[in-house]
Design a protein around this ligand. Sequence first.
Ligand SMILES: CC(=O)SCCNC(=O)CCNC(=O)[C@H](O)C(C)(C)COP(=O)(O)OP(=O)(O)OC[C@H]1O[C@@H](n2cnc3c(N)ncnc32)[C@H](O)[C@@H]1OP(=O)(O)O
Length: 453
Amino acid sequence: MEFPFDVDALLPERITVLDQHLRPPARRPGTTTPARVDLQQQIMTIVDELGKASAKAQHLPAPITSASRMQSNRHVMYILKDTSARMAGKGAIVGFLKVGYKKLFVLDDREAHNEVEPLCILDFYIHESLQRHGHGRDLFQYMLQKERVEPHQLAIDRPSQKLLKFLNKHYNLETTVPQVNNFVIFEGFFAHQHRPPATSLRATRHSCAAAVDPMPAAPARKLPPKRAEGDIKPYSSSDRECSDFSFFYSNLCCHDSLPFPFSSLSCSFFSLSPVLKVAVEPPWPLNRAPRRATPPAHPPPRSSSLGNSPERGPLRPFVPEQELLRSLRLCPPHPTARLLLATDPGGSPAQRRRTRTPAGLVAQSCSYSRHGRLNSSSPNTGNQELKQGEQETENRSASEEQVLSQHGSGEEPMHTVPPQAQAPPAQSWTMGGDMFNARFIRNLQERRSTRPW
Ligand SMILES: CC(=O)SCCNC(=O)CCNC(=O)[C@H](O)C(C)(C)COP(=O)(O)OP(=O)(O)OC[C@H]1O[C@@H](n2cnc3c(N)ncnc32)[C@H](O)[C@@H]1OP(=O)(O)O
């Protein structure tokens, strides 16, 4: 992969390690040094382009690796540059490997749940023209040494067939331990305890939790001390997974911009992981709509979050909290509703707990029907919408994502019902029913559209 700038000078080593700071490495003595900000911009361009190429190679609808994602996560990227003579001049990039620690529930061979935080292979790509030349192995080997981890200690975020073959060929990893999430672990995962090196990613993050006891069978529930809220993305945590249902979830669970009480919900409530679905349930009334969150029978596509796409356009304002509270007043009395109404609209800090992922921001743009589909009053509309969304997610290519981003950027009219048709809707719907059905959302939209501003 070539770039319009001097990759060779920008990345002096064959393999460059980038963390969330995306700092340009020190340049070779004697090379001219452009402004540091320009260098960082070049690094970001490389990361973005690699992420796009990887997504394309894996048929993901959107990149799961980008500069902005790198900056907001504690992932580490190993970038391999082409040092061959043919690339003399500006140089080129061969590929990259992205890893990061993630908190997961994994099943051991006795099907017991174990809460662990292994190093995960998150994204891996070698340029098409250079695959099967041993570059992937070089990169992987370098990462294993740097992170001081054995291949069987890794969790792989929904590996492709190529990666499975790669792991089998180079590391004899074949027998997997069946999981209920999208991560793949191999036999031996539970056999040894990973002792991170002093300089590894893990040690940097959790220096005080580095030492753990040996475990004969399954890892004990040994986790580092609680981190800052924004850092914790428990359980499912898969960029790919979270995004597979983004068409629906971004309406609900990426809630940076949702009004209270939705804003107080954790993404975890809507986790696709059966483990978590059992473990955590959202409070009423949100616990009345889990069916929509059920993953389809067939495995979801490898995809990324539309919502998380860094290319999303500007966001629309969401319905104000007062609007929602007013809607709640239409409901039959319910203790929770009363509590909500009695609560200060600003809410307590705990109620307003929010994630800070970019995905959250996109919830806004996705919360409205960009195509007017939610306008149907059919009770099944919600399901149709979900199916449509899933279908779209499956079908959408990376290039289509660009188009959708524009659609989501607020270009389309937001009113799905003409103002004169805005007679109060039949008050038959209730929060106690399936509150995320189309009528509920339409109601919110109609109410919003009556706003004079
Ligand atoms: C968690 C994730 O990131 S999943 C996504 C993984 N990435 C992708 O699938 C993107 C497309 N593929 C690639 O980028 C690369 O093929 C990688 C990263 C999987 C492997 O990198 P490479 O440089 O090709 O690997 P390397 O040359 O070291 O090893 C080759 C071995 O990998 C496997 N492999 C690589 N390409 C293929 C392929 N097209 N078909 C089948 N197996 C393949 C084989 O085991 C192969 O050995 P073989 O040639 O003897 O059959």
